[in-house]
Design a protein around this ligand. Structure first.
Ligand SMILES: [Zn+2]
Length: 399
């Protein structure tokens, strides 16, 4: 995935930087060298290295899942209605929510994700939002890196003054400064509204977040994509996500030079809804990333390998485009391009070894876990297990 310093678009999205018969030299968790094996193994620094063979397999940067709702509804909660899920958050401690979240984070590690964005946004008021974000910071780096986002959902319109006014006032005056002081979120996100009077409020929210030094995102899963795209370009925000409803004529400056657009093919797969016009976005020069949108309500899939294969089958992306979108462009969407998304000198060694001999097979299989090994910062955090009979006493001990 070596390439230019900016998010990949146009012809750069076609070039995964493949090295045939390559090796990676890792020291103290960082990539020291990457290149042809015959060159790397002759380096002085490689003389005492422990060799881990990946012969016949594909080694890739770990997936960067740039859009999930993993935090809510909370894991381990059997019901899917929002009210009881919210109650579960309110009555649990941040520590126990974090422990539940780790189950999903571990499952992601098993499927090759090494960096993940997680949004709050339960709509349960300041205490519940704060609890989710505290739980995310407790789950922190274990086993994979969590990028925390506060997602503001504006309340439904009501009689009299628009309640969105008070919600944005609260966020700008109190909550965003608090999150920033406590370093509980790296991004501020907001669900876009097609209602014109609310767009002034959304602008205010994003401008306040940017002034505080938070990254900004827009969650544009409904109508009014043209206005969302225009504001995203105007404010130069980090990412705009979903865009299932956008028409190509509405892209404006979004395509050629705008923020990274995270597409979420798992949502259309699960709900039967219309997918985003990925091919048109790519042809127009957009920087596209891929996310799982993982949540227990309408997108219960966290395997980025399946997201890649859906992007190939349903969105018409090529395997190279989809894998770049799921790694280095995801890192750009999260402001992590210096530390994630590619195997390059000086970056943390976040790698996945896949049980395929050609990377294009990742666009073909679906649902199957092809991960042989996952490495985070130079340490193996997952290795696939053998299929073999287990003694009953072994099982009892594990249980
Ligand atoms: Zn979403």
């Amino acid at each position: 995935m070596r390439g230019p310093a900016e998010a990949r678009r146009g012809s750069f999205l076609k070039e995964p930087g493949l090295i045939l018969d390559g090796s990676v030299l890792i020291r103290d968790g960082l990539v020291e060298e990457v290149g042809l094996t015959r060159r790397v193994e002759n380096l002085k620094a490689a003389r005492d290295a422990v060799e881990i063979s990946a012969a016949g397999r594909v080694v890739m940067p770990g997936f960067v899942d740039s859009h999930t709702h993993l935090a809510f509804p909370p894991p381990g909660w059997a019901h899917t209605d929002a009210a009881s899920a919210l109650n579960a958050v309110k009555t649990s401690s941040a520590r126990s929510v974090a422990n539940q979240m780790r189950k999903y984070l571990r499952a992601m590690a098993r499927h090759g994700t090494t960096t993940v964005e997680v949004k709050s946004g339960c709509g349960g008021g300041p205490r519940a939002e704060l609890k989710l974000l505290r739980a995310l910071s407790l789950a922190g780096q274990d086993p994979i890196e969590v990028v925390a986002t506060f997602l503001l959902r504006l309340p439904a319109p009501a009689e009299g003054p628009d309640p969105a006014e008070a919600a944005v006032e609260w966020a700008c005056a109190e909550f965003l400064p608090l999150l920033n002081r406590r370093r509980l979120a790296q991004f501020a996100d907001i669900v876009w509204s097609p209602v014109e009077s609310r767009q002034r409020l959304i602008r205010r929210y994003l401008e306040t977040a940017a002034r505080l030094g938070l990254g900004c995102r827009v969650h544009a899963d409904g109508g009014g994509s043209r206005e969302a795209a225009a504001l995203a370009c105007d404010l130069r925000i980090a990412g705009i996500d979903h865009l299932e409803q956008i028409a190509v004529a509405e892209l404006g400056g979004l395509a050629a030079s705008g923020p990274v657009i995270t597409l979420l093919p798992g949502l259309a797969f699960h709900t039967g809804s219309r997918p985003a016009p990925a091919r048109a976005l790519l042809e127009a020069g957009a920087a596209v990333a891929l996310g799982s949108n993982f949540n227990r309500s309408d997108s219960p899939m966290l395997n980025m390998q399946t997201v890649v294969s859906l992007a190939c089958r349903e969105l018409g992306m090529t395997p190279a485009e989809a894998l770049i979108a799921a790694t280095i462009n995801g890192a750009h969407a999260l402001g992590r391009a210096a530390t994630a998304g590619s195997i390059e000198h000086g970056k943390p060694a976040d790698l996945v070894v896949f049980n395929v001999s050609d990377y294009r097979e990742l666009g073909y299989h679906s649902g199957m876990n092809l991960v042989h090994l996952t490495m985070k910062r130079g340490e193996f955090i997952y290795q696939e297990g053998d299929v073999a009979p287990l003694a009953a006493e072994h099982l009892r001990r594990a249980w």
